[in-house]
Design a binder for this molecule. Structure first.
Ligand code: GAL
Length: 416
C-alpha cells in the first residue's frame, strides 16, 4: 500500500509537472519527407513537454490521398485518432458527420478570432464553432530553380512568363540537363496544371474555371491555351517521372540534376533541410505569369470526439500549441510555409517566406488570392478527385487531343 508520505510526494510531482490530466494524442498526418518530418517533430516536442504521449500516425503519400483513405476506415470502424490533418472544404464534410470535437473553449481562451485572417477562421468553423486549428499558409504557385544549373545553361534569372520559361528550358535541355523535375502523381500533375491556369488565364479566370467550375470558362479558348501550354511542359520532363514522389523531384533540383520544379513551398523545407540558401544555391519565384497572384493552401488539424478526459485535455493542449507563437515560428521555419497567426515577427524567416508573406497580404487586397484546388482548398473532395483524374489522363496520354482534354476536364468538373 502507498504510504501517506509517498502519496504526498506523488501528488506534488503531478501538480508540479501539470500532468494530472496527461493523455495520449494519436495524430494522423502525411508529413514524412525530410523537411516535413523535422517540422512535425516540433509539435511532438511541445506536446511531450506538456506531459502528453505523442502517438505518431504518419501515412506516407504527398498531398494526403493515402492518409485520407486510412482516416476514413478508422472512423468508420469507430476508432478515430485524436487529431488528423484535415483541411479546406473537407473540414465541413467531416463536421457534418458529427464526429469532430468542438474547439471553442480553446479558441476563445486563446483569442483565435482576433489572431486569424477572417477567411481562414471561417474555414476552420462549422456552424460558427471552431472544429479545426490551422498551422500555416503554404503558397502553391512557386517555381524552384537551381542557381548553378541556370548559370551553366546561360539562363539569366527565373523566367517570368511562359514564353521566357520555354526559352530557358530549351537552354537547359541543350546543356544536357533535365529542365523540369516532375513527380508524376495526380496531385503533382494538378499542382503544375493550376499554375498554368493561373499563369495563362489570370486570377479571375482561375476563380471561374477552377473554383466556380463554370462550364463557359472550362470550355473557353483560354482553356485550350492552358492545355497546350501544360502539354508542352511535359516535353521537358524526364522519362522516369511517372510515380516519382515530390521530394525526390525536389532532390533533383537540389543536386543539380534538374533546373526547375513547380511545387508549393513545402519544397523549400527540403532545400532548408539540405542546408541550401535561397538566392545563392536556389531561386524561388512565382510560377510564370503568376507574380500578382497567390494560390494558398492552409494546413490544419481537426480533433475527433473522444470520451476519455485525459485525451480531451491533450486535444485542447494540442489545439492551443498549434496556434501558439512558439510553434507557429519554429514549425514554419522548417516547413517552408509562413505562420497563419497574424502579426508574427518574420525576422528569422528567409527571403522566400518574406516574399510569400508580402504577396499574401497584397493579393488578398487586389483579388489575386485564390484557393489551391490541388491541395483541397477549393472544391468538394468528389469534384476535386474527378478533375484531378481527367487532368492526369491528359498529361499521361499524348493521344488525347487538346479538344478532348478540354471536354473531359469540363465533364469531370460537373461531378457533384
Ligand atoms: C500538401 C500539404 C503540405 C505538404 C504537401 C506534400 O497537401 O498541405 O503540407 O505536406 O501536401 O505532402
Amino acid at each position: 500500500m502507498l504510504k501517506l508520505s509517498q502519496l504526498a510526494t506523488a501528488l506534488a510531482v503531478v501538480v508540479a509537472t501539470g500532468t494530472a490530466m496527461a493523455g495520449e494524442v494519436e495524430v494522423l498526418h502525411w508529413w514524412t519527407s525530410g523537411g516535413e518530418a523535422k517540422s512535425v517533430a516540433e509539435l511532438k516536442k511541445i506536446m511531450e513537454g506538456k506531459g502528453h504521449t505523442w502517438k505518431d500516425f504518419a501515412v506516407a503519400g504527398g498531398g494526403g490521398d493515402a492518409a485520407m483513405t486510412v482516416l476514413k476506415s478508422r472512423v468508420v470502424a469507430g476508432n478515430p485518432p485524436a487529431a488528423a490533418q484535415i483541411k479546406g472544404p473537407a473540414i465541413q464534410e467531416w463536421a457534418r458527420e458529427g464526429v469532430l470535437a468542438n474547439l471553442d473553449a480553446t479558441a476563445k481562451a486563446e483569442k483565435w478570432d482576433s489572431l486569424l485572417p477572417k477567411g481562414v477562421a471561417d474555414v476552420m468553423k462549422y456552424k460558427g464553432n471552431y472544429v479545426a486549428a490551422p498551422v500555416n499558409v503554404h503558397r502553391v504557385n512557386w517555381m524552384w530553380a537551381n542557381a548553378e544549373v541556370l548559370k551553366k545553361a546561360g539562363v539569366a534569372g527565373a523566367p517570368k512568363t511562359w514564353d521566357e520559361f520555354f526559352a530557358a528550358a530549351d537552354k537547359v535541355k541543350a546543356a544536357g540537363l533535365i529542365a523540369v523535375a516532375h513527380g508524376g502523381q495526380n496531385w503533382q500533375d494538378f499542382t503544375t496544371f493550376e499554375d498554368v491556369v493561373l499563369g495563362v488565364g489570370g486570377a479571375r479566370f482561375y476563380e471561374d474555371a477552377m473554383v466556380k467550375l463554370d462550364q463557359k470558362a472550362l470550355t473557353s479558348a483560354t482553356m485550350t491555351k492552358v492545355l497546350e501550354t501544360f502539354r508542352k511542359i511535359k516535353t521537358y520532363t524526364d522519362p522516369a517521372s511517372p510515380g516519382r514522389d515530390w521530394n525526390l523531384a525536389t532532390a533533383m533540383v537540389i543536386d543539380g540534376r534538374a533546373a526547375f520544379q513547380f511545387m508549393g513551398d513545402w519544397a523549400k523545407g527540403e532545400f532548408t533541410a539540405a542546408k541550401k540558401m535561397p538566392g545563392k544555391d536556389y531561386l524561388c519565384a512565382a510560377a510564370p505569369g503568376t507574380g500578382n497572384a497567390y494560390t494558398f493552401n492552409v494546413d490544419s488539424f481537426a480533433m475527433f470526439k473522444l470520451k476519455d478526459a485525459g485525451a480531451q485535455k491533450a486535444q485542447a493542449d494540442l489545439a492551443a500549441a498549434i496556434m501558439g507563437p512558439q510553434f507557429q515560428e519554429v514549425f514554419n521555419l522548417n516547413k517552408g510555409s509562413i505562420p497563419v497567426r497574424l502579426n508574427m515577427d518574420m525576422a528569422k524567416f528567409d527571403d522566400c517566406a518574406k516574399m510569400s508573406s508580402k504577396d499574401f497580404v497584397a493579393t488578398s487586397k487586389n483579388g489575386g488570392l485564390v484557393p489551391s484546388v490541388a491541395h483541397g482548398m477549393a472544391v468538394s473532395p468528389a469534384a476535386e478527385g474527378a478533375i484531378k483524374d481527367a487532368v492526369s489522363q491528359f498529361w499521361n496520354d499524348d493521344k488525347i487531343s487538346v479538344a478532348d482534354g478540354v471536354k473531359n476536364i469540363a465533364k469531370a468538373a460537373a461531378t457533384k
